[in-house]
Structure formats: structure tokens, C-alpha cells
Design a binder for this molecule. Structure first.
Ligand code: 4NP
Length: 147
């Protein structure tokens, strides 16, 4: 799961997807295209909205996305088209490029972009949670079928 800072959106996406998939078959992580917040815990507003929905993300730590994530992971979900462009800069082959998906790119989604909630209020985090949760529902149902 990848966003810009790895403190607001992708920590939520990591926690939400993990809650929908069996630990025995899936390893889920998150990263930021920037290293601005390297080592920091998630934004308190993300921690709060996750907690309200029964998901604990307290122990996560921000880290930058790395080229070798393309080797470590089968799939890479990005939150918006800017993340998409930035992650693709690290791809070394068509196979790697094809691993990258916008998390909201699924049939029936009203938008393809998870907006950056960093400069907004708490309401932005509620709507971001709902968008990411819907994307994770779709992708987790597909992924479970691959086991
Ligand atoms: P995120 O949100 O990409 O969802 O983690 C942001 C967090 C921090 C910044 C931008 C976006 N920042 O500019 O510091």
C-alpha cells in the first residue's frame, strides 16, 4: 500500500486489507513515495478513525518506497495517480509495471483517487476510510480466490 507520506492513507490501507485477509497467506506492508515522515507512526487522525472501526494501526512506522519492493511484493496498490507515477519510476520491466494498481480502480467505483487528507479536518479521514475500505473489500475478495 503506497501513498505520499505513509502516515495517513497507506497505513489505513495496510490495516484495513490485513483485517480482510488470512495472515497465513498474505504479507501486507505500506510505504510512502517520499521519505518525509520516515520512522514516524501514523497520523493521530488515521489512528483514531481506524480505531473507531475496530482496526489497530498504532504500531506501524513510515518508510520510503524502495525499488526492491517490486521484488518483494506481488501487487502494489497506490492511493492516487501521483503515487502511481512516482512508483512506476522504480519499475524495471513490464512485469513490474503491471504490479501497480490504483486501489480505487475497480468496477463501479465513483472515483479513482483517494484524496490526500493531510491538510483537511477529521471528516476527510472518515471519507478516506470509507473509500479505502471499499477498495480493500473488492481486492480482498479477488485475492482470497487465489489461495
Ligand atoms: P499521506 O498524507 O500521503 O496519505 O500519508 C500526507 C502526509 C504528509 C504529507 C503529505 C501527505 N506531507 O506533505 O508531509
Amino acid at each position: 500500500m503506497v501513498c505520499l507520506g505513509n502516515i495517513c492513507r497507506s497505513p489505513l490501507a495496510e490495516g484495513i486489507l490485513r483485517s480482510k485477509l488470512p495472515k497465513t497467506h498474505f504479507f501486507i506492508d505500506s510505504a510512502g513515495t517520499s521519505g518525509f515522515h520516515n520512522g514516524s507512526p501514523p497520523d493521530p487522525r488515521s489512528i483514531e478513525v481506524a480505531q473507531k472501526n475496530g482496526i489497530n494501526i498504532d504500531n506501524q512506522k513510515s518508510r520510503p518506497f524502495r525499488a526492491d519492493d517490486f521484488e518483494s511484493f506481488d501487487l502494489i496498490f497506490v492511493m492516487d495517480s501521483s503515487n502511481h507515477r512516482n512508483v512506476l519510476k522504480y519499475a524495471k520491466s513490464e512485469k513490474e509495471r503491471q504490479k501497480v494498481n490504483l486501489i480505487l480502480d475497480y468496477p463501479g467505483s465513483k472515483t479513482k483517487e483517494v484524496p490526500d487528507p493531510y491538510y483537511g479536518g477529521d471528516k476527510g479521514f472518515e471519507s478516506v476510510f470509507k473509500l479505502i475500505d471499499a477498495g480493500c473489500d473488492y481486492h480482498s475478495q479477488r485475492l482470497i480466490k487465489t489461495i
